[in-house]
Every structure is written in C-alpha cells, then in structure tokens.
Design a protein around this ligand. Sequence first.
Ligand code: G3I
Length: 346
Amino acid sequence: MTIRKYILLIIILTASCEKTNIEKCDDSQSLYLFSNFPIGVAIDMNELNNDNQYYEIAINQFNSVTPENIFKPSFLHPNENYFDWLEADKLVEFCQINNKRLHGHTLIWHNQLPDWIINFQGNQSEWDLMFKEHIQTICMHFKGKIKSWDVVNEAFNDNGTLRNTIWKQKIGSSYIEKAFMYAHEADPDALLFYNDCDIALNETKRKAILSLLNNLRQRGVSIHGIGMQMHISIVHPENKQIAAALKEISDNGFKIHLSEIDISVNPLSKEIEPSIELFERQANKLAAITLLYKEIPSRYQYGITFWGLSDKNTWIRNYFNRDDYPLLFDDNYDPKPVYCKFKDIL
Ligand code: G3I
C-alpha cells in the first residue's frame, strides 16, 4: 500500500468510527443514589427472567419499578374467573427483596384487554359489577405490596373530549370516577394516578384532564397524581411546553410521575446512524427536563421512570418498525451520553 492510500484509509476509518464510537461513561454507581426522587424503569418480565445483564442493571441503577406489560388485564385477568398472578408475584418478590418501589400499571385501559372483556355481555350494572370486581380483586391482591397505581390510562382524545373506550360505552363517562373510588376502597393506602400521553405537548388535553380530576377531587374522590408519559423526541415537545405542564399540574396540587420516558432520536422514521450528535441532543433534552422537574416542589416529585432499560428493549422499534435509540443504555447495555448527563444533572 502506498503512503497516500494508507493515509486515506486512516482518514476513512477515523471518520466512520466517529459515527458509532460513542464515548462511554462510568455507571459503576447507582443512578438513584444521585437523586432526591425515585428513578424508575419499566420492566419486561421476559428479560428480567432470562437476561442476567438486564437483571443486574435493573437492580443496580433503579429504585422504582413499573411492570411494562404483566399487570395489564390481558396478562393478569385472562379469563373471567381466573387471575394469573404468577409473573406479577415474581416481580413483587423482586421488588421486595431488592427494596424497589413498585408502581402498578394499569388497572383500566382500552388496550391489552382479554377477549372475555371485549365480548362481555351484560347491561350497565353488570358491566359495572365486572369492572368493580376486576379492579378490586387486583388491588386487594397487591395491597401492602404496591405503592401506587395508574388507575386509568389514556382516557382522553387529543381534542380534550373523553375517548370512546369500551368502558365509556358500557358504563358511561362516570367510569373514571368509579375506577378511582373502587381502587381506593380496595387499597386505601395506595397512591392513585391518572396516566396519559402528550400532556406537555397538548394544552387542550391537559386542561381537560385537570378539569375532570379537579372536579372529582372536589367531590371527595382520592386522586393523588398525574402520570405524564413523556414518549417524546429530541425535537418535541419544546422545553417551555414541558415547563408549563409541570407548573400547571403541580400548582393544581397533583404529584407528577414522569411515568414512561423515552426520547426518540428518529421521530420521522428516517434511515439513521446512531451518531454522537443525535445522542448529545438526546442527552440535552433529558437534562433540560430533569432541571425543570427539579424545580417543582419535592412533595410533587413522584419520580422519573424510563420506559425500558436499554435501546434493545424499547417498544418503539417494534411498534413503529423503525430504527431508534430512545433509552439510557445501548444495545450492549453500555451507558449512553444521555445516561452520563442525566447522572450529572440529578
Ligand atoms: O404477549 C404476547 C405474546 O404472547 C406474543 O407471542 C407476542 C407476539 O407479538 O406478543 C405479545 O404481546 C405483546 C406485548 O407487548 C407483550 O410483549 C404485544 O404484541 C405488543 O403489542 C405489546 O406492546 C406493548 C404496548 O404497550 C401495547 O399497546 C409494549 O410492550 C408496551 O411498552 C406498551 O406500553 C404502553 C403503555 O402501557 C401505555 N402508554 C403507551 C406505552 C407505549 O405504547
């Protein structure tokens, strides 16, 4: 090889390394030790059962846990007269042994319902009874083992009206109020949350949610907080929109759980490389959110939960069928710039 060719090769190799050779940082200490509020992760039970590296990082880095799927009705309540507690109880035990807070997700949603609920035949009061038994059997089973629940998930449309879910159709708009009442009756010590997406991005939706929850609370219904899911991107929502949402919700006296954070670096589904530039923008976005979150009164800081542990575990790749890298750890479980900056900002 001539000298010229050799130099050219070095230049090419250096340039291509810059794209993918992302600087690592020290993750030998637990993230949660740097924080005054809990740092959580959505747990995929298959990974926890089968992948040692996943298991170790879950234990070492986080002090709050949300089940990503196994507490949803299709898993917990697959048949009308049968609840399947096996995997859920394993997660409870994991949390107890390792001293993790457990946040239940989710009692009432329109997705991931078992067929028997979708096909349930009955009049309004029979639906109400089935709904009540579903909520209360689950809440009682986990009483004393679970700190909090997403009682109702994603009940609003983008235009601020109530989503026409099967629950609304069969029970009426009061299903939200009833869900909170039934959950509180079954486990009076559990903290109860309403959880939804786009709460920062969509002011109309946020105001509709706050209006309903304030109204219910004035009538004595126990509602302790709001889960802002935060499936966001490096572009949207803007930081000022996030600041406005955090201020408005805490001013209204609700705890705020940033309950399902992931930060897409590829919201437009393009062909991308996981570059340093994208990862730095991602790190800056999480840093900005964290600084804003630290500004709300600590009594309203329920914690920040990431919706998955590593990029390889994200729901986004399957759901949108796109290349994306939205979480703290990369596909090899190495900490990304977003992890390092987050730890510094905490
Ligand atoms: O359990 C079945 C399995 O039996 C089957 O072999 C396999 C084949 O695809 O599917 C498995 O079910 C999948 C389930 O996750 C468990 O892995 C579903 O197909 C899949 O659609 C489901 O996706 C979940 C999604 O909710 C459902 O809407 C994601 O993992 C989960 O991250 C996502 O989480 C939601 C929150 O609950 C609410 N907020 C939005 C968030 C993202 O969509």
